[in-house]
Design a protein around this ligand. Structure first.
Ligand SMILES: C[S@@+](CC[C@H](N)C(=O)[O-])C[C@H]1O[C@@H](n2cnc3c(N)ncnc32)[C@H](O)[C@@H]1O
Length: 233
């Protein structure tokens, strides 16, 4: 796969458990993504849902970095769900919940059911390297699901490569886009303007587009509306 940040999250096993998959890109991107989260996220409490958690390494790292949030890793791939749970079991983060099967291609995420994220108090929805390695319906489902579950002022955070004004920002991204299309014509690097328009129409205006290593961006969308004030005392 061309490009330096392009692992699908299912590379070989790593210590400390044979079920723990290791994504090389995680080691390069989790620190910069956490720094963006720290600048934008109200980490005072509530829940964060990660869509397409893959290996589960980001969920564990972010649970450790933001201990006042309850982190819910999710995916659709059984092998990835097993890896997420293996990292959770060896990670020692009490605020990291067991992985949940969640298909983001629709707006109904089944929240509030047993063992699933709650239907309310969701402070953030995060998807790292997901929407370009999935049909556009997943971007639509992510935005629709985030719209319905986020608290006012909650964040939708998307990390990955994007075109800007329809143009690739680096030759490696163009090569990666061609590779994705060769794998599945429904996959491809998404355009920043198209994603921002989709989110804005759902009441999630773009707050920041932060350049990241390896020609990626972190997009931060904040749900419109006034947050309920905390009760006195
Ligand atoms: C390229 S991997 C990224 C994994 C991880 N976020 C990372 O950056 O290492 C994309 C992930 O999205 C998941 N995925 C694909 N389609 C999905 C869908 N419809 N709903 C939820 N997750 C999906 C895949 O199973 C995979 O784990």
């Amino acid at each position: 796969m061309p490009g330096p940040d392009r692992q699908p999250g299912s590379a070989g096993p790593a210590e400390p458990d044979g079920a723990c998959l290791d994504a090389p890109a995680f080691h390069r991107n989790h620190g910069p993504i956490a720094a963006v989260l720290a600048r934008h996220l109200d980490a005072g409490g509530g829940h964060a849902i990660e869509i397409g958690s893959g290996t589960g390494q980001h969920a564990l790292a972010f649970a450790r970095a933001f201990p006042r949030l309850t982190w819910w890793p999710t995916d659709v791939d059984p092998r990835h769900l097993a890896s997420i749970d293996a990292w959770r079991r060896c990670g020692g983060a009490g605020n990291l919940r067991s992985p949940v099967r969640l298909d983001a291609s629709g707006a109904d995420w089944g929240l509030g059911g047993p063992g699933r994220p709650p239907a309310g108090d969701i402070a953030a929805v995060i998807a790292i390297n997901v929407i370009h390695i999935a049909p556009w319906a997943v971007a639509e489902g992510l935005v629709a699901g985030a719209r319905s579950c986020l608290v006012p002022q909650g964040l939708l955070v998307l990390y990955g490569p994007f075109t800007c004004g329809g143009a690739h920002t680096a030759p490696s991204n163009a090569a990666f886009d061609a590779y994705l299309s060769s794998q599945d014509p429904a996959w491809g690097v998404r355009d920043l303007d198209a994603v921002a328009a989709l989110a804005a129409a759902a009441g999630l205006p773009l707050e920041a587009a932060v350049p990241m290593p390896a020609n990626n961006l972190t997009l931060v969308f904040r749900k419109a509306g006034r947050r309920a004030s905390a009760p006195p005392g």
